[in-house]
Design a protein around this ligand. Structure first.
Ligand code: HSE
Length: 329
């Protein structure tokens, strides 16, 4: 198609699309800003955000928000991350001489905000992935991931892919800091249950980053590098004992536990029933525990429900690694 033909396209009729983007555990304790895992409940519920993209019924773009947590979103549409996704995505379309069309975006905001479950990533990934599907995939995977990272950075104040990459691509993703590749899928332990508990208190990622030290000791640096390297090695060799012996956090957890009521109590309780690991999901307040058996996971849910949930919107999910990431539903 020539440039002139592309530019003179009349408005196309496009099929509406609905996409889902799952929650994720950022950091996984052992890889600050560097490791993240998408999570799905074992009962096949969809826990994450959903976006419907369709033709606008006016000449302008439209945005509608519903869902369990929509009341916590900014009222002004310009401040809504989905609206910002649309502006950025449209710029990319224009850069490719693709005609931008007015769309209606409907966000079902089902992920709690400031939760440590990658809530902003769920919205960003669903928004960008949904628009790309609506326009028949004009942007490649790498472009999409870069765009998602930029939008996530606008919200959290710094560029980190440890939620957007697993949320978009699924599985456990290791961020690659240099070179072309942004993220690499790492083999997971498929039999492990990941129990996550959101207590219904708010911890903003921006604030949880501000309280971290600017500098770390040489000892911490060596410990961090050794644990992450040993963990990745163990994942490839499927050596569960080695892997989980290294799921410990020297970078963030020692400083962030002050923001979390009952963290030590819950951690001790979960360890007493045989947790493989317990840690803060992303920047918190959600906490995760990893377990060998479903029976332990159920016991863990009971402990979380009793000892960690602080208010009525709190919940505990028994999950497994979500291998799919963002998808059409
Ligand atoms: N990795 C980031 C942090 C965000 O811990 O601050 C994770 O959600």
């Amino acid at each position: 198609m020539t440039q002139a033909t592309k530019n003179s396209q009349t408005k196309q009729s496009r099929d509406p699309v609905t996409v889902f983007a799952p929650i994720s555990i950022g950091n996984v304790s052992v890889g600050f800003d560097t490791l993240g895992m998408a999570i799905s409940p074992v009962d096949d519920q969809l826990v994450g955000d959903v976006i419907h993209v369709s033709e606008s019924d006016t000449e302008h773009d439209q945005l509608e928000c519903t869902g369990n947590f929509q009341q916590f979103l900014p009222q002004q549409k310009e401040a809504n991350i989905i609206w910002q996704c649309l502006q950025e995505f449209n710029q990319q379309l224009q850069g490719q001489d693709i005609q931008v069309e007015p769309v209606k975006l409907h966000l079902e905001k089902n992920t709690p905000i400031c939760s440590g479950l990658g809530s902003s990533a769920c919205s960003v990934v669903a928004g960008i992935y949904g628009l790309n599907e609506y326009y028949n995939q004009p942007l490649a995977q790498q472009q999409l991931l870069e765009l998602m990272g930029d939008l996530e950075a606008k919200i959290s104040g710094s560029l980190h892919f440890d939620n957007v990459a697993p949320c978009y691509l699924g599985g456990m993703q290791l961020m690659i800091p240099e070179g072309e590749k942004i993220s690499q899928a790492i083999p997971v332990f498929e039999d492990v249950y990941w129990v996550v508990c959101y207590p219904d208190i708010k911890v903003s990622t921006r604030f949880a980053r501000e309280i971290l030290p600017e500098q770390y000791s040489r000892q911490d640096l060596v410990t961090y590098g050794g644990r992450l390297g040993g963990f990745i090695d163990a994942c490839y060799r499927q050596d569960k004992a080695q892997a989980f012996s290294l799921v410990k956090d020297v970078v963030a957890e020692p400083y962030r536990t002050t923001l979390l009521t009952n963290f030590e109590l819950v951690k001790n309780s979960l360890e007493s029933i045989g947790a493989l690991a317990v840690g803060i999901s992303g920047s918190g307040p959600t906490v995760f525990g990893a377990f060998d058996t479903f029976e332990q996971a159920e016991q863990a849910k009971d402990i979380f429900d009793k000892q960690y949930i602080r208010a009525s919107n709190g919940f505990t999910i028994i999950g497994k690694t979500d291998s799919e990431g963002a998808r059409r539903i």
